[in-house]
Design a protein around this ligand. Sequence first.
Ligand code: SAH
Length: 397
Amino acid sequence: MSGKTIVKIKNKYRTDYKSGYPLITKEAILNVEVLKTEGEIIHIVDEQGQFLGKGYYGLQNKGYGWVLSFNKNEEIDQSFFEEKIAAAVSLRKQFYENTETTAFRVFNGAGDGIGGLTIDYFAGYYLVTWYSKGIYSFKDEVIHALEKTVSYKGIYEKKRFADTGQYVEDDDFVKGERGEFPMIVKENGVNFAIYLNDGAMTGVFLDQREVRKAIRDRYSDGKTVLNTFSYTGAFSVFAALGGAAKTTSVDLANRSKAKTIEQFSINDIDFEAQDIIVDDVFQYFKYAVRKQLAFDLVILDPPSFARSKKVTFSAAKDYKNLLKEAIAITENGGVIVASTNSNAFGMKKFKGFINSAFKESGTNYQILEEFSLPEDFRTSKDFKEGNYLKVVFIRKA
Ligand code: SAH
């Protein structure tokens, strides 16, 4: 961590960094050619050479690195990582004390002061996710800082390096005790089967915790529920536990069926009383219209981008049409849960999609409630894109 590279920022972007924006974007850099090795410490300066911030070079989506400190005198060393991780852990004190929820996010990237790094907690185990080779080069410092701050059973990691665009296949085990998978964790009293050693995803997206709880506690009793893009069926499990008359889960991935059966089973729900369908959601909508099916509660939680044999879906372009298809098979008076994790647009634009979809469907609607990221997914006011989750509960009039 010695040495530094001077990265010049175009004047146009100077005020962004002056006011605390942490992501170093390619278009902001004047002299990209000086960047050689991911993980190198960089100082960003303006065109006049005045210090703006210091951070690291790491390729992550459109980013070329992250500012870690706006203080010229702060060193990016072992104690830097220890302070950031200790602060993050102490902010999650209530989460550690809650016995009904044993899985949560401990460290949320730029929101906790280190872009490109997340750490999740699963019942005594930690999962560290590295979003670039750059941040991965600080592995020793980060793991050491974590060990100094918390006690643990075991540590796992996921490498999701952006220049390959995806998860790097690996053993994923770092140190401590190996876990036994599935590991059963709890969320608001509900069981989840978690795999820390099985590819990019663990089985549950922790950021939807409050949405799942709302669905169970206030929207499911006696209702027919359609859960699209259902993955392991987490929303369906909460709906069933909330008293749903029946849940229908639809996902394109073959393995989603066994995964969903597993999540129902560990919660003593009879999966045979539920529908679990492996199909393209857009095909299923056509089928539902043909069969004149209609649901009381329809959950839409697509990925930001998806490619299937027939359709390419991009939330920014296609969410409105997805909503229209959902509106067509929602009972009058029923509820649509529209969710997106796309950081390509904000809540205002998302509500615009909702408004157009209902207008074009000739239907009135009422927004019942909204969710964004839960508290453990800490975000920074200086990095608005980090607050990606948008969930709107809408009643079809
Ligand atoms: N809603 C889920 C997470 C969704 S992850 C949850 O809360 O846990 C996105 C899922 O969409 C993946 O499981 C993927 O297999 C599925 N998917 C992507 N494109 C699809 C399509 N066209 N039809 C059905 N499922 C799709």
